[in-house]
Design a protein around this ligand. Structure first.
Ligand SMILES: Cc1cc2ncn([C@H]3O[C@H](COP(=O)(O)O)[C@@H](O)[C@H]3O)c2cc1C
Ligand SMILES: O=C(O)c1cccnc1
Length: 349
């Protein structure tokens, strides 16, 4: 298994950053969360003039063995490959929202149950044609899990080599809210019923079946070690979740700013955070999803999401929508006048 080397950013520059923020022509603290964001980005980049370069969203797609039974997912499995085609034609939610802010989008086949052949804009990182059904055994082997992590990490290195320092991750995989719920249950030690939500729109009866089914999955895997993130990921994960986990770990090692999307992307981070908790300093939490469980997941991570719009889509759509706030944080820090430069009097005391 690849070892990641993630260090909390050196705090030496913190005083200079805070002073620069406080000397802007505004009452102290009046830019609220943008000030915290500017401080965080400055620390990550070790600069009092941080810059966003080549911002990028990577969408990892994969299928889930469980989805074939239709017990946990309102939509059928083939929607995963159909949505990949939609991403490639540039017309899905994540495409249009990313285009709005000039975010580059890369689409990855992490393990879709479909043979795409060679498509020019699809990155082939297929581990397998979907995971196994975890009702009957682990979703993937340990080897597949490690491979997925490495593939995600390698892609981030390729993107970083082109000059990107800000990256978000999205996902597509019918039934993946179930994987995210199971991972959450074990890592956050939250009751299963508080981790399981409507996903793509389960009605009350479907939600009950989803919960009963996932309870059976937990019973099948009673022996799983909640303290072993790789075992959890291999048992309950998806190839897209595992690739996002590796991608996030690599992005933090590379000192990139990570935009964390919704329920499923945050579940990937839960695993990454259990592997190396220092990853936290590199994460900006884009939004609180409308999916039940996300708020508690964010609380577990002591994360303050930038937005709460009731979005519950995934794909990286929340990361795309929050991106301009990152730009605003850098812009005020770099361009706003100071009391001295503008000749504005500071408060008397
Ligand atoms: C058309 C469509 C587009 C999507 N884009 C993201 N998801 C989202 O929904 C799926 C998870 O929900 P569940 O666990 O209920 O299947 C994931 O693919 C996720 O990215 C979509 C779902 C659908 C149907
Ligand atoms: O918050 C998310 O990422 C989410 C919620 C429901 C379905 N798909 C994704």
């Amino acid at each position: 298994m690849k070892k990641f080397n993630i260090k909390t950013p050196d705090q030496g520059i913190k005083g200079a950053l805070q002073t620069k923020i406080d000397l802007k022509t505004k009452p102290p603290g009046s830019l609220g969360s943008l000030e915290a964001l500017a401080l965080q980005i400055g620390l990550i980049q070790q600069s009092t003039s941080p810059q966003i370069h080549q911002p990028h969203l990577v969408v990892f797609a994969a299928d889930h063995g469980i989805s074939k039974e239709g017990l946990v997912n309102p939509f059928p499995q083939e929607v995963t490959f159909q949505m990949v085609m939609n991403f490639l034609s540039g017309k899905a939610a994540v495409n249009v929202l990313a285009n709005q802010h000039n975010l580059e989008v890369t689409i990855v086949d992490a393990g879709v149950n479909y043979n795409f052949g060679a498509l020019p804009n699809l990155v082939d990182q297929k581990v397998d044609f979907g995971t196994k059904n975890y009702l009957y055994g682990p979703a993937m082997t340990r080897g597949q899990c490690e491979m997925a992590i490495e593939k995600g990490a390698n892609l981030v290195n390729q993107i970083a080599a082109k000059g990107c320092n800000t990256i978000g991750f999205g996902e597509m995989g019918i039934a993946n809210t179930s994987s995210a719920s199971l991972l959450m249950h074990h890592i956050c030690q939250t009751k299963l019923e508080d981790c399981v939500g409507k996903g793509t729109g389960a009605n009350p009866e479907q939600l009950k079946t989803k919960l009963v089914t996932l309870q059976k999955v937990l019973e099948k895997h009673q022996q799983v070690n909640s303290k072993d993130p790789m075992e959890l990921l291999a048992t309950f994960g998806g190839f897209e979740i595992a690739q996002i986990c590796g991608a996030m770990l690599q992005a933090a090692e590379n000192r990139m700013l990570i935009l964390v999307d919704g329920f499923i992307a945050t579940a990937a981070l839960l695993v990454a955070n259990q592997i190396i908790p220092e990853i936290h300093a590199y994460c900006v939490f884009a939004h609180c999803s409308g999916e039940k469980g996300h708020e508690a997941m964010l609380e577990y991570l002591k994360a303050s999401p930038l937005l709460k719009l009731g979005m519950r889509l995934g794909e990286g759509s929340g990361a795309a929508v929050a991106f301009p706030l990152i730009q605003s944080a850098c812009t005020f820090l770099n361009e706003m006048a100071s009391f001295e430069s503008a000749g504005v009097s500071q408060k008397s005391n």
